[in-house]
Ligand binder design. Structure first.
Ligand code: CAA
Length: 378
């Protein structure tokens, strides 16, 4: 909280209260049932959390990405699946914010912020993950429509999304400069949800495959200009990688809180295990890593909101560091809890499963290193 202003601190306090009362008691059952928490989505929308990055004139609160980060961090402390509701809503909206025209923002901004429409970000394909530009989904203009054929996989919120920002090739001879972005609605003819994925973690956040067969998209739903889609996608990821880093920081903090509590309560060899240096040094390492990841993440989020030219570099740095911290900290927290940590009755194993995805989505950490290296050498 040290790096935050008074208004941001107040927001975090509100979030903490809501998370303790509403999210934390639901986290284990959301994971077990593998169901989207509609009740929590309602609470988040009532608090305005679905429109934090939507400008006021388009129905949101204009608070910016730092607030998306703060909200996601606090929710992820208790439940990563639930934090994805806020995260993906911002991600799916972002290409419209970056490249969309006034009419598109007016049409979709209020639907996104009010929670009337859930969003998704349709970039990844079976053969185009890290190499996002290798996509094969094609859009062909016919009169006042684009006809889109192809599919997208591993789409967070995909099975439930009402509105998807979708990337497709309008001119494959141009490579990345032939990719365009579209706003697609689930009831457009030719749109189908082909699969719900079964996953290791984030089980309460639906992930799925979308298929488009001669899907008709009104030409007015093209975002910006043809050929600009890849740039919008990359700029979107610059804004959303700090949000994933916040998710990782929140998750790691939640695991540390539980590990500290356990180390104070668990007595072995006649004293609480936290009094053994082997354990207290583990806790110290976990805390120090979290503090540095959090500071880096807030700095990156601030750079995103102020359009700092170093934001691509810093977004990749914070996502790389924070997700590795989440993986290490949740693994160590489970280790401290020993046999209890391995049991599904306790939250440690869920947290460790959930941590893994933060090293993979929004670009694997190997891709973050590629981005950082390229920025350094530019
Ligand atoms: N901002 C603006 N422009 C950018 C940019 C950025 N951050 N990054 C790249 N560009 C521009 C480049 O300048 C270049 O334009 P010029 O040719 O005019 O200079 C153009 O885009 C192509 O860039 P590259 O040559 O760097 O493209 P590349 O094909 O080598 O790939 C990549 C770049 C960084 C590897 C990219 O493909 C990438 O980020 N891959 C990872 C994909 C990813 O993160 N997927 C996540 C899916 S969403 C998700 O996971 C969400 C979820 O579930 C919650």
């Amino acid at each position: 909280m040290y790096l935050l202003n008074d208004e941001q601190k107040m927001f975090v306090e509100q979030m903490r209260k809501m998370v303790a009362e509403k999210v934390a008691p639901r986290a284990a059952e959301i994971d077990k049932a593998g169901e989207f928490p509609w009740d929590l989505k309602e609470i988040f929308q009532e608090m305005g959390l679905l429109g934090l990055s939507v400008p006021q004139e388009f129905g949101g609160t204009s608070q910016g990405h730092i607030y998306v980060c703060l909200a996601v961090e606090e929710i992820a402390r208790a439940c990563v699946s639930s934090s994805l509701i806020v995260q993906v809503q911002s991600l799916g909206w972002e290409p419209i914010l970056i490249g969309g025209n006034e009419a598109q923002k007016k049409k979709y901004g209020p639907r996104v912020s009010s929670g009337e429409a859930l969003t998704a970000f349709g970039l990844t394909e079976a053969g185009a993950g890290s190499d996002a530009a290798a996509m094969r989904t094609k859009a062909v203009k016919k009169g006042d429509k684009y006809i889109i054929n192809g599919s997208k996989c591993f789409i967070s919120n995909g099975p439930l999304a009402d509105v998807v920002t979708l990337f497709a090739m309008t001119d494959s001879s141009q490579g990345v400069k032939g990719i365009s972005a579209f706003i697609v609605e689930k009831d457009f003819p030719g749109y189908a949800v082909a699969k719900w994925e079964s996953k290791m973690g984030i089980k309460g956040s639906p992930t799925g495959e979308l298929v488009f067969e001669d899907m008709e998209v009104p030409a007015e739903n093209l975002i910006g200009a043809e050929g600009k889609g890849f740039i919008y996608a990359m700029k979107t990821l610059d804004t959303s990688r700090p949000v994933i880093a916040s998710q990782a920081v929140g998750l790691a903090q939640g695991a540390l809180d539980l590990a500290v509590k356990y180390a104070k309560e668990r007595v072995q060899f006649g004293r609480p295990i936290g009094q053994f240096q082997g354990i207290s040094w583990m806790l110290a390492d976990m805390a120090a890593q979290i503090e540095s990841a959090r500071a880096l993440t807030y700095q990156a989020a601030d750079m995103v909101d102020s359009l700092d030219p170093r934001r691509t570099y810093m977004s990749a740095c914070c996502k790389l560091i924070a997700s590795d911290v989440a993986m290490r900290v949740t693994t160590d927290a489970l280790q401290i809890a020993g046999g209890y940590g391995y049991m599904t009755e306790y939250p440690f194993e869920r947290m460790m499963r959930d941590a893994k995805i933060t090293q993979i989505y929004e670009g694997t950490n190997q891709i973050q290193k590629l981005v950082i290296g390229r920025e350094l050498l530019k």
